[in-house]
Design a protein around this ligand. Structure first.
Ligand SMILES: NC(=O)c1ccc[n+]([C@@H]2O[C@H](COP(=O)([O-])OP(=O)(O)OC[C@H]3O[C@@H](n4cnc5c(N)ncnc54)[C@H](O)[C@@H]3O)[C@@H](O)[C@H]2O)c1
Ligand SMILES: [Zn+2]
Ligand SMILES: [Zn+2]
Length: 348
């Protein structure tokens, strides 16, 4: 089979590798019908994720068709159309049982294993461990181009942003960073009845997208951001400030926007320490949340996509075939210059 193989920082190739096969009785093999690229794949290619080593197939998002099932698999059979989520879960360890499979201890000490600790989804075939507890059947009224964004981006914005931030009816919400994840938070914040959703980004194209995804107000990031947001929110700030970039300055922006008693929900992956102004924050009774996505909201999101409440397909801006994988990385890697959000990659 062909797959996108990582060969160390800056090096990758779409090349021939051995076919994915069943290794454990709880595995299935899935033929990948649609995959995509995540910002995390770019981090890996920059050499930021040491656990990913030479020879690893990248990718942790797929929609596909089951081709083979292990002897212990009860819930899936060949021909089933499935969503392969970013998080794999055994269903039985302490973390899985408390609904936190991001830290499933059985599959490798962390729930994110595809394109990280085992071979991933940017391939013609992928081996899926613990298939019964990890895969989701895709309803007939949800297309591949919709389902693919439920593997990672949509659950991340919803779980680590909207749910962790405890958005409630009438709340004002600010989202710093309107990439796929920030836009997913914007798209799902309305489900909880936010009265105002303010998007902040340094990129004009992303701010236009934010309005399409349900933002009520948008501001270009800059010196005046906090003042602009406070002016819109009775001078006190927003109830929930969601951070979806991953830089010290954007977390500090989120912290500067939250009102007393509010929540800062950090989604961004941070690579360096952040100096948080505790001397100003302690007296404001604010909460700061953070975490790796669990993807446990997928069944809810699938229903909302099927009913038309969440237009997940809006995330896809460019389409490529497998043999254009390198080109797809080129466009996604320069997303701002290419007016790109997420890419959709299919066999042909
Ligand atoms: N916690 C999790 O489980 C989890 C899962 C997936 C992704 N993430 C993280 O979420 C973050 C967002 O992911 P994404 O795929 O949307 O990334 P992205 O690169 O597509 O989007 C980031 C956005 O931030 C904007 N931006 C950059 N600098 C800015 C600044 N100074 N002020 C305001 N906006 C700025 C960019 O223009 C872009 O629109 C990343 O850090 C990613 O690693 C976290
Ligand atoms: Zn991802
Ligand atoms: Zn587990």
């Amino acid at each position: 089979m062909k797959a996108l193989v990582y060969h160390g920082p800056g090096q990758k190739a779409w090349e021939d590798v051995a076919d994915a096969t069943i290794e454990e009785p709880t595995d299935v093999v899935v033929r990948v019908d649609t995959t995509t690229i995540c910002g995390t794949d770019l981090h890996i290619l920059h050499g930021d994720v040491a656990a990913v080593t030479d020879g690893r197939i990248l990718g942790h998002e797929a929609v596909g068709t089951v081709t083979e099932v292990g002897g212990a698999v009860k819930g899936f059979r060949p021909g089933d159309r499935v969503l392969v989520p970013a998080i794999t879960k055994c269903g039985r360890c302490d973390y899985c049982q408390r609904g936190m499979p991001s830290h499933c201890q059985t599959v490798g000490g962390i729930g994110w294993i595809f394109g990280h600790l085992i071979d991933g989804t940017q391939a013609e075939l992928v081996r899926v461990p613990y298939a019964d507890t990890s895969l989701y059947q895709v309803p007939a009224d949800v297309s591949d181009e919709q389902a693919i964004f439920l593997a990672d981006a949509l659950p991340t914005g919803y779980e680590v942003g909207v749910l962790a931030g405890q958005v409630r009816p009438g709340d004002t919400v600010a989202v710093v960073g309107a990439g796929a994840v920030g836009l997913a938070a914007i798209l799902t914040t309305g489900l909880w009845g936010a009265s105002r959703v303010i998007a902040i980004d340094s990129n004009k194209f992303r701010l236009e997208k934010a309005l399409e995804f349900g933002a009520t107000d948008v501001f270009e990031a800059g010196q005046g951001t906090a003042g602009d947001v406070l002016a819109l929110t009775d001078g006190l700030g927003v109830d929930v400030a969601i951070e979806a970039v991953g830089f010290p300055e954007t977390l500090l922006t989120a912290a500067s926007l939250v009102r007393p008693g509010g929540t800062i929900a950090n989604i961004g992956v941070h690579g360096v320490p952040v100096e948080i102004p505790m001397q100003d924050m302690w007296i404001k009774n604010v909460r700061l949340t953070m975490g790796l996505v669990d993807t446990v909201s997928i069944p809810t999101l699938l229903k909302m996509v099927a009913s038309g409440r969440i237009p997940a397909e809006k995330m896809g801006t460019h389409t490529f075939t497998f043999d254009q994988m390198t080109e797809a990385y080129g466009v996604f890697g320069n997303a701002a210059a290419n007016a790109a959000l997420k890419v959709i990659i299919t066999p042909a």
